[in-house]
Design a protein around this ligand. Structure first.
Ligand code: AMP
Length: 399
């Protein structure tokens, strides 16, 4: 069974074609600058990467470009799109309506539309991607996989904000959490690598990338996570402030004459480690600057590590312990120094980092052999989760 996974952004569309017999990627690529000059890139294992300019007026044209890339004699890996059994779409926000992936029909599209106010930057392009596939790929079943779904198991005490209760009832203001497919994938993989049933494990997963979120996964279910109503809450990120005292907004507005929209933009795009350092949102640049004596770059790195350390401690307290701590995403997978700073002093909770193992790359244990709790690096694979869900929903066999 072949599954096409689509991740549609406002001017880009990423795709991966999976063969689910052995869960391999046949091809993956990116259409970018949609509506502008248009570029496509595709990589196929064992072949040189393909890159070209392709005018694409909209996402429908992008799907047409993907069809040609996947089926043409020069670049293709399949003869016809009829070989594809289902298309899986990453959808950022499913609100409270979806606690798992679903087959897309008109009512699902309407529900995703209803969630647009909760994710105004993400859900509209996701919908455009779905619509483009409906236009171009005929009757092939399409599945929506939500970033929020995995966190729908959080108990009320974790997902409610202490605002007047009617704000929840009337406006659905609550913690939703994001990166759900990633937290789900790495927590299950951790249980597999530990050789223990996930139903008996307390796992803390740290998805540390440009967007960073931490999750407490107890017995296979998300019981808390650091991102909230939007992906702005939680620890400081590349350009996002993470949690701040909400009273700062009114204060800033009065002092600087900015309106709330402008302040929110600052909190989303000009804050985090970029705002603190004034150097970059990229951790490689920050380390280079800090090593060269830039005090604010070091402060940004310290603040990032400190916020994660506090979150880990809080989640261990919430779950009554931690059997495994998992690092994933760009920083979690590649930045050994940050892992050392975050996990180097967690011996108090039975997590002992092995500094030599921490220097190794790829999927691996980085705790000492006799550490009661385990620390692991697990490269995330959100697309594989989407493909597996698709295969399960359209009736094929997954693992
Ligand atoms: P993501 O959003 O998951 O793609 O992660 C992006 C972040 O990962 C950026 O801040 C990068 O600086 C960081 N990153 C990627 N590779 C490395 C590396 N080798 N060392 C340090 N940080 C890295």
């Amino acid at each position: 069974m072949k599954i096409l996974v689509i991740n549609a952004g406002s001017s880009s569309l990423k795709y991966q074609l999976f063969d689910m017999e052995n869960e391999t990627v046949l091809a993956k690529g990116l259409c970018e600058r949609i509506g502008l000059d248009g570029r496509v890139k595709q990589s196929v294992p064992g072949r040189p990467d393909f890159e070209a300019e392709r005018a694409m007026a909209d996402h429908s044209d992008a799907i047409q470009a993907v069809t040609l890339l996947l089926t043409s004699p020069e670049t293709g890996v399949i003869k016809s799109m009829d070989e594809i059994s289902a298309v899986g779409h990453r959808v950022v926000h499913g609100g409270e309506m979806f606690n798992s992936s679903v087959l897309i029909d008109d009512s699902v599209i309407a529900a995703i539309e209803e969630c647009v106010p909760l994710a105004p930057l993400h859900n509209p392009p996701n919908l455009v991607g779905i619509d483009a596939c409906r236009q171009r790929l005929g009757d092939v079943p399409q599945v929506a996989v939500f970033d929020t779904a995995f966190h729908q198991t959080m108990p009320e005490k974790a997902f409610m904000y202490a605002l007047p209760y009617e704000y929840y009832e009337n406006f659905k203001i609550r913690r939703y959490g994001f990166h759900g497919t990633s937290h789900l994938y790495v927590s299950r993989k951790a249980a597999e690598l530990l050789g223990r049933p996930i139903e008996k494990l307390k796992i803390i997963t740290c998805h540390m990338g440009n967007g960073t979120s931490i999750a407490a996964v107890k017995n296979g279910k998300s019981v808390d996570t650091s991102m909230g109503f939007t992906p702005l809450e939680g620890v400081p990120m590349g350009t996002r402030s993470g949690s701040i005292d909400p009273a700062i907004i009114e204060f800033l507005s009065a002092r600087c004459g900015m309106d709330i929209g402008e302040i929110t933009t600052v909190m989303n795009r000009k804050s985090g480690v970029l705002g603190i350092s004034g150097v970059s949102s990229d951790f490689r640049d920050l380390h280079a600057a800090a090593d060269g004596g830039n005090r604010r770059a070091q402060l940004a790195l310290d603040m990032f590590a400190y916020a994660i350390i506090k979150t880990i401690g809080g989640y261990a307290a919430a779950m009554g312990g931690c059997d495994a701590l998992v690092f994933t995403a760009g920083i979690g997978e590649n930045n050994a120094r940050m892992r050392q700073w975050v996990a180097g002093d967690l011996g108090y909770m039975g997590l002992n980092l092995d500094s030599a193992r921490n220097a190794v790359r790829g999927e691996t244990f980085i705790s000492t052999a006799d550490s009661p709790g385990k620390i692991m690096v697990i490269p995330t694979d959100e697309e594989l989760v989407i493909a597996r869900d698709c295969a399960a929903i359209v009736g094929g066999n997954t693992r």
